[in-house]
Design a protein around this ligand. Structure first.
Ligand code: X2X
Length: 339
């Protein structure tokens, strides 16, 4: 009898203490990794997520953004591994940077797969987006929302590029996936892989001649001041961003707070995409005007000119489609055709 009473008392005490104990298990600060900080749309999106998380969880969750992938010493290709290991709690990351660990994410880097913004949306908001999120969910992260870096256009310090031939011998900095090395090699360029942190000094000293990044990045990083005076709009690939939380961190939160973090991600991502497209998409070309006003020669490929780049990179598409998974590529092509 005595022990039963003790048990009851113990249970009552636990009921009183446990909710408090669960809250005490929250970290004082959650680390959010991004490559680009403010004033890039990417960094503004990360910051906004942090702000909305605070608001929607009644201040119970505090997020601090660490741009420059500083949590992995700037090596953006290690971000996903660090996220899985819990060195990073949350991230807004590019599909390109996580593709060394998640090969399916190379899908978006298949040359000329996505002809326009509607095609990106058809992938991220359709069955492909769902399959990729299901896949990520098996890799120790909880994916919450799709954002956007953007269509990656080509710039260089040497000459206007209108044909694959114009790329011959140009040293081009590329990002973390070997797919990019294959693409630029197929085009006759001299690609070299390096982090964004290393890319800027390499462009400024002329160690490399060119690079590829969305126009929003080209402008905010002031690439025209790093000798990037030739820009080719070729729309060959675009990289979406993904808002994720480390799974263990996610599971340490109450249901209510999980829903707050999810709602915050969805809202921040929606705003972030709008910002990434501002002045670039939907008939508004103010960003391009701004770039031209900085003395950059802009080449917009005609469909026939674009075809030459597409033909030259088709073997890369076919090779990588096998790695990514023919079924996923087929689903992507169907979604795009129906957009
Ligand atoms: O490194 C790049 O080029 C960047 C900033 O666009 C990415 O992180 C993919």
């Amino acid at each position: 009898m005595k022990s039963f009473k003790t048990l009851l008392a113990g249970l009552a005490l636990a009921a009183l203490v446990l909710p408090g104990a669960a809250e005490a298990a929250y970290k004082a600060e959650y680390k959010l990794s991004t490559v680009l900080g403010k004033p890039f749309p990417w960094g503004i999106g990360g910051d906004r997520w942090a702000e909305l998380v605070k608001e929607k969880t009644g201040g119970r969750i505090t997020v601090k953004m660490y741009p420059g992938t500083s949590l992995v010493n700037g090596d953006q290709t290690k971000e996903f591994t660090a996220l899985r290991q819990g060195v990073i709690d949350m991230a807004v990351g590019s599909t390109i940077n996580w593709s060394p660990q998640v090969k399916e994410l190379n899908l978006f880097s298949l040359p000329f797969l996505m002809p326009d913004y509607a095609a990106i949306d058809a992938l991220t908001q359709g069955p492909v987006g769902k399959q990729l999120f299901d896949l990520l969910a098996t890799k120790d992260v909880v994916p919450l929302a799709w954002g956007e870096n953007g269509f990656r256009e080509l710039s260089n310090s040497k000459r206007p590029v209108r044909t694959p031939d114009d790329l011959k011998g140009l040293k081009v900095r590329v990002v973390g996936s070997p797919l990019f090395l294959d693409t630029f090699t197929a085009l006759g360029a001299n690609p070299t892989q390096m982090s964004w942190a290393d890319a800027q000094p390499a462009l400024s000293t002329g160690a490399v001649d060119g690079q590829e990044n969305p126009l929003s990045v080209f402008v905010a990083a002031k690439l025209p001041t790093l000798a990037q005076k030739n820009l080719t709009l070729w729309g060959y690939v675009a990289d979406p961003l993904i808002f994720v939380v480390n799974k263990e961190v996610w599971e340490s939160w109450s249901k209510e707070d999980q829903e707050g973090v999810r709602a915050a991600a969805l809202q921040a991502a929606q705003e972030q995409i709008a910002l990434a497209r501002k002045g670039i998409a939907g008939g508004d070309d103010s960003v391009l005007k701004d770039i031209q006003a900085q003395g950059v020669e802009v080449v917009k490929l005609t469909p026939e000119q674009q075809k030459a780049f597409q033909t030259a990179t088709r073997p890369v598409f076919d090779k990588w489609a096998k790695t990514i998974g023919p079924d996923l590529v087929k689903t992507a092509e169907d979604s795009i055709a129906k957009r």
